[in-house]
Design a protein around this ligand. Structure first.
Ligand SMILES: Nc1nc2c(c(=O)[nH]1)N[C@H]1C(S)=C(S)[C@@H](COP(=O)(O)O)O[C@H]1N2
Ligand SMILES: [Mo]
Length: 317
């Protein structure tokens, strides 16, 4: 049997345990946080008149509430995972090199008629709302953010998938010239994630184009990303260029690197530890708090039903 060699540079967690990461983040925020916050965090990308910058802030949908304060942008915006721009949490300013206009998203695969649409046309078609969501990274840190976007279900309706479509495959841009991480050949670029069509139809599955009441700053995955708040953060793929409706379960970026640790389902569960650390609790960015992690990241009431009959699957890894 062929066994893929594990390399030290494959996984961020091999270099830093969640504790190390926490201490590093604090040091970073203490030393440079103020500077970064002052110079780069506050602005979204510059948008021309034909674009949709004036749609922000969008009205908040009050159905989505939090059990904790919103994480300050100075914390969530200075501590990101975006491997295209390196494996450190400081992807600023590298991510600023990404040109997010013009930007089109291709909708293809098993749909009535494949098409390509500009991100601003998509926003105008879908409309925007703001939702407060928790986000739980598999590395055991978390945040709570006001995302702006539209339900993924609306995009599914627009695409009008054929009856054979069972999964959606989400693909991030591929551009080695702008994204230094993509010059690292041992990663299976482009970043790919996937959901079942049923998961995509859940109310919580959200396409995100803004945060903190403005268009997404690049490090958050501009101009359009996914937010699937009941799953570990790596499912929420950033800077999407292609959304495909497919019959087979897509092979994801993280499965390609380490399937035993990062599976397709990746639902949050405090009772199922990562092979190398506990998932029982999480560090809340911007605070000194460690709080208990909740099953399905606290969204069980809305999503547990999706997994009836799938108990034999590795739902939580
Ligand atoms: N394209 C792409 N999407 C990605 C990632 C990435 O490296 N590349 N990292 C994921 C991980 S592990 C997490 S926790 C979230 C982080 O989102 P944030 O940086 O906006 O908090 O993005 C996810 N989406
Ligand atoms: Mo993550």
């Amino acid at each position: 049997m062929l066994i893929k060699p594990r390399r030290a540079w494959d996984m961020p967690e091999r270099l830093a345990t969640p504790e190390d990461v926490f201490l590093y983040r604090r040091a970073l925020l203490g030393a440079a946080g103020g500077l970064i916050a002052g110079s780069l965090l506050g602005r979204g990308p510059a948008l021309a008149a034909a674009e949709t910058g004036s749609a922000y802030p969008a009205p908040r949908n009050g159905a989505y509430t939090l059990d904790r304060p919103v994480t300050p942008e100075a914390s969530s915006g200075a501590y990101n995972n975006f491997y295209e721009f390196g494996t450190s949490k400081t992807v600023l300013p590298a991510a600023d090199a990404l040109k997010t206009r013009p930007w089109t998203v291709r909708i293809d695969g098993l749909v009535e008629k494949p098409f390509e649409i500009g991100v601003d046309d998509l926003v105008r078609k879908m409309g925007l709302e703001e939702r407060l969501y928790r986000h739980r990274c598999v590395e055991a840190w978390s945040m709570a953010v006001p995302w702006t976007g539209f339900p993924l279900a609306k995009l599914v309706a627009l695409a009008n998938p054929a009856s054979g479509a069972r999964y959606i495959r989400f693909e991030t841009f591929l551009d080695k010239a702008v994204a230094p991480g993509q010059r690292q050949f041992f990663y299976p670029w482009p970043y790919v994630e996937g959901l079942t069509l049923e998961e995509a139809g859940n109310d919580l599955a959200f396409m995100v184009t803004g945060v903190y009441g403005k268009p997404l700053p690049n490090q958050f995955g501009a101009p359009i990303r996914l937010a699937v708040p009941w799953k570990y953060g790596f499912k929420s793929a950033k800077s999407l260029t292609r959304i495909s409706f497919v019959a087979e379960r897509p092979k994801t970026f993280w499965e390609g690197l380490q399937a035993s640790e990062y599976g397709f389902w990746a639902n949050v569960n405090p009772a199922v530890p990562h092979p190398r650390w506990s998932q029982a609790s999480e560090r809340v960015l911007g605070t000194d708090n460690r709080v208990p992690t909740l099953i399905y990241n606290g969204y069980g009431e809305q999503v547990a039903g999706l997994y009836k009959g799938l108990e034999k699957e590795r739902l939580f890894v």
